[in-house]
Design a protein around this ligand. Structure first.
Ligand code: PLP
Length: 396
């Protein structure tokens, strides 16, 4: 029997506000439709099949993923079109071939940006009798993976595995990770345009060389939310928007009221000397991500909401985290403010903590506890993927 109320759940637990998830997913689907592109949501954030079904409503149904464990999890739940959007390591081909064998109909699309990796991948896949589509990663300015759209070797790189019976070139992919270091609609719109032009420029050069480019894939949450136009693009791949978080609030991408995932925690102590309230959700339950702090948002490791998911409690933040302890503080770090905090949050009280970076916070949990809107009634649970290799090649 499921506990019927948040008051009865063990803590820390992960809580998901279904009303907010539904709103977030519908709004992104509308953006994709307005731009005439399909939505291939990145499920590295939520890692949940139920959420993936919501996020792909009215869409072709393809997902973006970032681990073999996610591939195993989503394939086992009927998703067949998965783009594995992390540069492929040749040794993973054995596990991927095994996944495709065990899940008939599964098509995993790989990502690569070097002839060296591609050569090894092609040989390994061929020796296993496996076949994969692959995308060329383009660097649109983030400086992570990918080749420049102007790279002299761009065409040669794709041609280097053209003859392989194991690899089918599908197109280009880019991700504006640097959209996380600028604030506001105009700055994100400019990076959305940089993301678009990089992908389109690469696709044009490849097509001019006679190579077919079916997929032109872009996307981060800030650029997907604020893009003004996407001609030449076929799909976008945001992920954080499904849950949103305080970093997205600080970036000017969403409001606090859009944040769908929170960590349910219990007050376990008061320390009048340090003027801190202690809760049983620390670095492992929340993560040590301080991303919103880049813009001086003053959110610490998270904001503190009442158990019914109402707005954050005025002036309170998670000021510090230890492995299993979170330390709440008032922004006015006085004895009077601490006394008021102790009164508002007696020992045993429950709070919901909003995360800085949803992907980091939800990753270790194995399930979501579902609520709707205000209130503490638990409507159900959704399972989710965890880890890197769970279920892959017999690994746990
Ligand atoms: N695509 C790729 C390749 C990514 O690495 C990411 C995120 O890291 C995304 C899409 C999703 O972007 P966001 O996390 O901003 O939603």
């Amino acid at each position: 029997m499921l506990p019927a109320r948040l008051e009865d759940l063990p803590t820390p637990s992960l809580v998901l506000d279904l009303d907010r998830v539904e709103r977030n997913c519908a709004a992104m689907a509308e953006r994709a439709e307005r731009h005439g592109v399909s939505l291939r949501p990145h499920l590295k954030t939520a890692k949940s099949a139920d959420l993936a079904r919501l996020a792909t409503r009215g869409q072709p149904g393809g997902l973006t993923v970032s681990t073999l464990a996610e591939i195993e999890y989503f394939a086992a739940r009927g998703f067949t079109d998965l783009t594995y959007a992390v540069g492929i390591a040749p040794h993973k081909i054995d596990a991927l071939a095994d996944l495709q064998r065990r899940h008939p109909g599964l098509r995993v699309t790989l990502l690569a940006d070097s002839a060296e990796a591609l050569g090894q991948v092609a040989l390994r896949a061929q020796s296993l009798g496996a076949r994969f589509a692959w995308l060329l990663e383009i660097d649109c300015g983030g400086g992570r993976g990918g080749v420049s759209p102007e790279d002299a070797e761009l065409v040669a790189l794709v041609r280097s595995v053209e003859a392989s019976p194991a690899l089918d070139f599908a197109g280009v992919l880019t991700h504006a990770g640097h959209s996380y270091h600028v604030v506001g609609r105009d700055a994100h719109a400019a990076l959305a345009e940089a993301e678009r032009t990089a992908a389109v420029r690469a696709s044009t050069r490849l097509r001019e060389a006679g190579l077919p480019v079916a997929v032109v894939s872009v996307g981060s949450t800030p650029t997907a939310v604020h893009a003004r136009q996407l001609p030449g693009v076929t799909e976008m791949r945001p992920g954080v928007y499904t849950l949103f978080d305080l970093d997205q609030v600080a970036l000017g991408v969403c409001d606090v009221a859009d944040i769908a995932a929170s960590v349910l925690a219990t007050v376990i102590g008061h320390n009048p000397r340090s003027r801190r309230v202690l809760v049983d959700a620390g670095a492992l339950a929340l993560s040590k991500d301080l991303s919103a702090g880049e813009f001086g948002a003053g959110y610490g490791y998270g904001l503190v909401c009442p158990i019914d998911g109402g707005p954050p409690m005025e002036g309170l933040r998670v000021a510090d985290v230890h492995q299993e302890h979170g330390l709440l503080a008032a922004s006015d770090d006085s004895d009077e403010a601490a006394a008021a905090m102790f009164t508002a949050l007696p020992i045993g009280a429950r709070v919901r903590l909003l995360p800085n970076h949803a992907c980091m916070t939800v990753a270790p949990y194995d399930r979501y506890h579902l609520v709707r809107g205000g209130g503490t009634r638990v409507e159900g649970q959704w399972d989710k993927a965890t880890g890197w290799n769970a279920g892959v090649g017999g690994a746990r």
